[in-house]
Structure formats: C-alpha cells, structure tokens
Design a protein around this ligand. Sequence first.
Ligand SMILES: Cc1cc2nc3c(=O)[nH]c(=O)nc-3n(C[C@H](O)[C@H](O)[C@H](O)COP(=O)(O)OP(=O)(O)OC[C@H]3O[C@@H](n4cnc5c(N)ncnc54)[C@H](O)[C@@H]3O)c2cc1C
Length: 299
Amino acid sequence: MTRWSELEPTLARAQPIGKYTAARIGGPADYLFVADSGTSDATLIDVFTAALGAGVPVRVIGGGANILVSDAGVRGLVIVNRAGGIVWEEDGCVQVRAGTGLLALARAAAARGWRGFEWAVGVPGTVGGAVVNNAGAHGSDMAASLVEAVIVQADGALETWPKARFAFDYRTSALKQAADPLLVLSARLHFDADDPAAVQARMSEYTAHRRRTQPSGASLGSVFKNPPGDYAGRLIEACGLKGCTIGTAQVSTVHANFFLSDGQTRAADYRALIELVQAEVERRFGVLLEPEIQFVGEW
Ligand SMILES: Cc1cc2nc3c(=O)[nH]c(=O)nc-3n(C[C@H](O)[C@H](O)[C@H](O)COP(=O)(O)OP(=O)(O)OC[C@H]3O[C@@H](n4cnc5c(N)ncnc54)[C@H](O)[C@@H]3O)c2cc1C
C-alpha cells in the first residue's frame, strides 16, 4: 500500500476542476488524480486509501454531470474516475468498470442486441455516478439492470453489494446518502436479448426526443427532482422563469428545469439562480423543489 507522503508529490495541485464537469463550473481541488482506462483498479484503490488513511478528504467524481462545484473549490483530493472497461459474459451479464461512459455502454449493449440500457443513450456521465444517483430516463433506470457492484471502503476493503443494499429510489441510493467516502469500482449489470435493430430504433427515438426537448448548451441536466405527480420544469415555466438569468447562469428557454452555463459562469450565480427558482416555485405553488444535483466543495 502506497503512503500519502509518497503519493502527494506525484499529484496535480490546485487544479480547477470545472473542466471535469458538464457545466464547466468549479474552482480548484487541492489535489487532483485523473484515472483513465489505463489506470488499474489497484492504483485507484491505492490513491483512494492513501489519502483517506492520512486524513485527507476524498471526493470521487465521474463525468461531473450532476454536481455543482463551488468557486472556492474542493478541499482535499478529487479523484476523477474515467477508468472504463467492459467485459461481456455469456448470459446477458456484463462487468463494467465504474469509469465507463454511459453512452459507450449503451452503444456496446445495442450493438450486441441487449435491451435494457437504451435509456442511457443521452445521459452524460459514468456508470459509477449513475449507480450513486440511480440515473434513469424513459421509464427505466440503473436499478432496473444492476445486479451488484464492487465498493471500496476507506480502508481499502472490497465489498460486493447486491442490488438490494443500494436502497435505490428515484435518483438516489444508499451511496448518495452515505456519510463515509466510498468508491464504486465496478458494476455487474444484466440485460435481455432483443433484436439489435429494435434496440437501435429505441435509442434513436430517445436521442431525437432529447434533441427536441432539451437545450444543447452546457448544463447539469435536470436541476430539480420532479415532485410527486408533477414536473419541476412545468412549475418553473408557470412562474414565468424561463430565460431568467443571474450573472451568466440562465434558466433554459427550451426546458425550464435545465440551467445553462457558458464556461465563465460562477458557481455562486448558478446556485443563486437555483435558490431564486426554488423560492419562487414555493411561493407560487407551495411546492419545495428538491435539488437533484449535488453541491460539492467549499460553499
Ligand atoms: C445534459 C444532461 C442531461 C442529463 N439527463 C439525465 C437524465 O435523463 N437522467 C438522469 O438520471 N440524469 C441525467 N443527467 C444527470 C447525470 O447525467 C447523471 O446523474 C449521471 O448519472 C451522473 O454521472 P457522473 O458520472 O457524471 O456523476 P458525477 O456528477 O461525477 O457524480 C455524481 C455523484 O456520484 C459520485 N460518484 C461518481 N462516481 C463515483 C464513483 N466511482 N465512486 C463513488 N462515488 C462516485 C459523486 O461523488 C457524486 O456524489 C443529465 C445531465 C446532463 C448534463
């Protein structure tokens, strides 16, 4: 096991991490480690445990597609996990490293004629982030196909969690609520066989639907969860907030639950816009919208 004193000099320091997020927002991480597909599981585990063992806080992110990172940035170590890899098994199961892109997995499953992951075709981010968030769309989600996942504990111990242990619910899981830092290392998913053309047709339909209904600029996807029986976007639009702007953060004119950023946007403005929208929807409709995105870093 590597010691922190050996690891620390090799890490990038004070690196802005906005470029690792979908909204392109966020100040520096004290230490940054970016894992790609050439990074072994052993190295990932080593980096994670060496920092935690030395009392350095660790935040693992994947595609950064559902997090708003503060302007002040993140204290401690940020691990950007883009370590991908897909191993197909015979029985419709697939073993996927957590840094695998959702789009890559959706395309690979479709090419093999496996159905069950078409929903992910327009969802940015990684398998790890999707497990934490129970990401989903078009009536399906991660919980529908996850069999189990390998989780690294702070001391480096590996645990295989069966699906039930994740307590999946709408865009959340036991991991999203966990107090202790955990690393999702890999996931095992199960798909069913289908006609490859039918799978491809559904993916094309979902892609076209997104192009029609969602903005193309930088964003974090849906900022708020839909409240029971309603849509956050409908409520925001009914408040007349489409196009509302703070700094360069803007409520999309295409889909009111998407907030756009332009590469210069301050996290403080993006968050202020979220709070303004939340307060206005509550004032008008008595509904307190719950953010789907997570606020990361020092606020
Ligand atoms: C344009 C756009 C459209 C979107 N559409 C959808 C949609 O239709 N449905 C939907 O559900 N979401 C949607 N999202 C949100 C986002 O794509 C999903 O939430 C996705 O699952 C986030 O994955 P990620 O890898 O980017 O996670 P991140 O944003 O990087 O992280 C999310 C959480 O997971 C944790 N995490 C990430 N990887 C690991 C790991 N390996 N180990 C431990 N913890 C980890 C992070 O610490 C954080 O708590 C959209 C986002 C955008 C920008």
